[in-house]
Structure formats: C-alpha cells, structure tokens
Design a protein around this ligand. Structure first.
Ligand SMILES: C[S@@+](CC[C@H](N)C(=O)[O-])C[C@H]1O[C@@H](n2cnc3c(N)ncnc32)[C@H](O)[C@@H]1O
Length: 437
C-alpha cells in the first residue's frame, strides 16, 4: 500500500538544517567572519568566488556547528561581541586564538546549539619574530644616533611582558563600577594581533571584560621602538560597542610612543583610565606625563620607586599609592619567565588593603633592638616592617612600609628626596624620611 504524503511530512522534509560558521581568509589572519547558512558547502564556495578576491586568499572554516535557530544565534553573537566587529564591515570580527576560543565557547553554550561539526586545531607553536626596525627614519622621529644608543641600552630591561594572570589578579580587586562608561587607554606597546602571543595581555583582558565592565572605549597603541617585538609597526586600535577600527589618523613618523603628540592627545582629551606596564627605563618621564594629566591609572612600575627621588614627591603628595599586588614574573620576548620586582601603582581607591598586616606598628621600646638604630645624623632607622607608634620625630624607613600602606595609617613623608643614612661613616641602603602626621 502506498503511504499518503501528508502536509506535516512535507514540511519536515523541507526543513533545512541551520548552521553557524566562523570562516577565515588565509591572507587576513587578524580577522574572521561569523555568519549563518543552510548550506555550508555552498557558502564556502561563495566566499572563495567573491569578485575582487585574490586567488591566493583562500577562505576556510575555523568552526562550524548546527543550531536550532541560526538567526537568533547569529544575533546573540553580534550582540555579545559587538566591540570585536569591524566598524565599517560588520561581518568581520577580530581574530586571535584567545578571542576565537571565546567565540566558540559562547556559541557552544547557547541554548539553541545542537552540535559541533568542525573546529580547527590550534597551529603548532610559532617562534616569535623580533624585527629590527629601520623605519621611520631617525630624522622623522626627531632622534639622534645618541638617543638611539641610549634607547638600545635600555631595551633589555624594557622588553618583558605582563602575564594575563597578573593583570586578572589585580584588576579583579577593584570595584567594577570604576570602569562603567569609561575610556581605557593602554599606551605602552599594547599590541592587538592575530596571534594572542603577540597581543598584549592588557588589551586581551580589556577586550574580554569590555561588556562586563561596561566600558565605553578601549584604545590600545603599539610602540615601534628599536626592537619591535610584535612586528607590527606603530599602530593602534580603538574598540567601542559599535565595533573596532584601526587608528589611521596619525601623521607620518608616529612611533606609538606614550609621549608622541598623538598619544598625548588621546591621553589628555579622551582617556579616563590608563592601564599598562610602561617601560621601566622611561618610568620617570612616564609617571610625570601620566600624573600631570590628572587621569586615573592602574600601572606596573618598579618596587623601588618609593625610595627613588624622582617618585617620592608623588607618594608624599598623595598622587599615587600602591595597588593590591606585587608582580615578580614576566615573559621575555621568547615567552620565557623572567623575574623583576614590580608593583601595581594607582590613584584609584583601594579597599581593605591586605598588606596593612605587614606593618608592625608598636611603641618604640617594644621594637626589637636589631630592627632599630640611630644613624650618624641621629635619625632613627627602623626596619623589618616595624613602625614606632609613639615617636614624634622624623625617622627613616625602607620602601616596604610605604608600599604596604604606611601613609594611610597616619604617617607622612617629610622630604622630597631619598635619604641615604650613614652609620660610622658607611652608607646604608636608601630610605625615605617619614613622621607621624
Ligand atoms: C615592560 S614592557 C610591557 C609591554 C606591555 N605593555 C605589557 O604589559 O605586556 C614595556 C614596553 O614598553 C615599550 N616602550 C618602550 N619605550 C616606549 C615608549 N616611549 N612608548 C611606549 N612604549 C614604549 C617597550 O618596547 C616594551 O614593549
């Protein structure tokens, strides 16, 4: 007997499968396209037969999956990743491995996701390229050969990179509301790239938290100094809720330096909060520009700043204090762990500072003898975290009590310069002079 075909059967037959895909062109590694289709094969052909496309630029899928309602899933992706879509061509999304993992995770956790069909395996580890820069010329950059020699000497100390986990550990401590509707500027070599190993962890962190923090804008600039770790030249990106665009307005010779006129204009006219790890070798200039700008900041710098004359006035005048954590491990250009004594510094309110516990504030007579002595000028030196609670004269401490929050506990710095004590004519390590307020 022949089965009669009902209307319901017909509609099931015709009901096409629905797919979401992520596709990438071989010559455009820093972007990908995310879309929907009923026919993955046909869609890929369409990409590869697009008019005006170079033959060598081949599209391949990075990820495909079946979903229940592709239009709804596509809209959810557009919404979720709006900052990672190019402002002028909304089909294009920023790509690097970490961001790609975020796209895939989001799609797979969507309630209308049915099953994964394909996901591209990560590439084998690439060697990070370090390229000696030849352009722009010294003249264009207003530098002399002497300046370059000076810079080159400092490069080794500067070329280390902040780990994502250290940024996360610090920034997760602040009240999320500080970011709401704010423009964040990462202005020291905070590259954004198709390879997340060539992407600054600051840039990545803010991209991944843009929505949660309700940021208004993220501006990341890349510095093209004598050694260009990220091999990108000077460039920058602006990310907003309506998409991202490359900074294309700089004049010829823009270096991406924090003190370049364009960077200064962004800092002074657009920025609310600066967040980065500036070059240790340029810390004096960097702090001056940053603090003079009056902007909020959370940055990493050397732990010894609190006993260094160039920085002491900022601590003294309450323009800066420490953040929550120290940072002792970084990555060098080969992505190996290196050590340096860094600390977070900020001018944003700190709550419940853990390190207060390290301040041993007590009457002078209770401080063990080995931690208190008078120098040749009869100035009391206290070490080991001890602080006299009943001593009204000036005394000298190392950087640690300042870093641990002494100035928030009723003590003040009384001299702009560092203090180098001498005992029996022998110079001791640098300290800072403080007094009960
Ligand atoms: C300690 S690294 C940190 C890099 C990146 N911000 C991070 O946290 O991973 C300091 C960076 O500042 C760069 N740099 C050096 N001079 C600079 C300048 N004048 N303006 C901006 N960046 C500079 C160095 O090339 C180096 O990449």
């Amino acid at each position: 007997m022949v089965k009669k075909v009902t209307d319901t059967d017909k509609s099931t037959e015709n009901k096409e499968k629905q797919y979401i895909y992520i596709v990438q062109a071989s010559l455009e590694p820093s972007s990908c396209k995310i879309g929907k289709t009923n026919d993955l094969e046909r869609r890929l052909k369409e990409y590869n037969n697009m008019t005006g496309k170079s033959k060598s630029n081949i599209y391949t899928y990075l990820f495909t999956c079946e979903v229940k309602d592709m239009a709804q899933v596509e809209n959810a992706i557009k919404d979720k990743f709006s900052i990672l879509r190019e402002e002028t061509n909304k089909e294009i999304y920023f790509y690097n491995k970490a961001l790609f993992a975020g796209y895939v995770k989001f799609i797979k956790s969507h309630e209308l996701f049915i099953k994964e069909l394909f996901v591209k395996e990560p590439d084998v580890k690439q060697v990070v390229k370090i390229v000696k820069k030849t352009t722009p010329s010294l003249k264009e950059r207003g530098l002399t050969r002497y300046d370059i020699m000076q810079k080159a000497q400092n490069v080794d100390n500067d070329e280390f990179y902040t780990r994502y986990e250290d940024i996360e550990k610090e920034l997760s401590m602040y009240d999320k509301r500080i970011w709401k509707n704010k423009v964040v500027f990462c202005n020291c070599d905070d590259a954004v790239d198709d390879d997340e190993r060539r992407t600054s962890a600051f840039a990545l962190y803010f991209l991944q938290h843009f929505e949660e923090f309700e940021l208004k804008k993220l501006i990341c600039t890349h510095y093209s100094g004598p050694v260009d770790l990220f091999n990108q030249g000077a460039r920058g990106y602006i990310f907003t809720k309506t998409g991202f665009k490359e900074l294309k307005t700089y004049p010829k010779g823009y270096t991406g330096s924090f003190d370049d006129p364009i960077s200064l204009k962004i800092l002074n006219e657009e920025t609310d909060i600066v967040c980065t790890n500036p070059p240790f070798s340029r810390a004096i200039d960097y702090w001056k520009i940053l603090i003079d700008s009056g902007k909020k900041f959370i940055i990493i710098s050397n732990e010894s700043n609190a006993v260094t004359t160039a920085f002491i006035p900022y601590f003294k005048n309450n323009k800066v204090w420490t953040g929550y954590n120290s940072v002792y491990s970084y990555l060098n250009p080969k992505k190996e762990l290196v050590r340096a004594a860094g600390r977070w510094y900020t001018n944003i309110k700190i709550k419940n500072r853990e390190t207060y516990k390290r301040l041993k504030i007590m009457p002078l007579r209770e401080i063990p003898d080995k931690y208190k002595k008078y120098d040749d000028s009869k100035i009391l030196l206290v070490d080991g975290g001890y602080i006299p609670s009943d001593y009204n004269k000036i005394f000298a401490v190392s950087s640690n009590p300042i870093l641990n929050g002494l100035l928030e506990k009723g003590y003040k710095i009384v001299q702009d310069k560092k203090y180098n004590p001498h005992i029996n004519g022998k110079e001791k390590f640098a300290r800072v002079l403080v007094q009960k307020a």
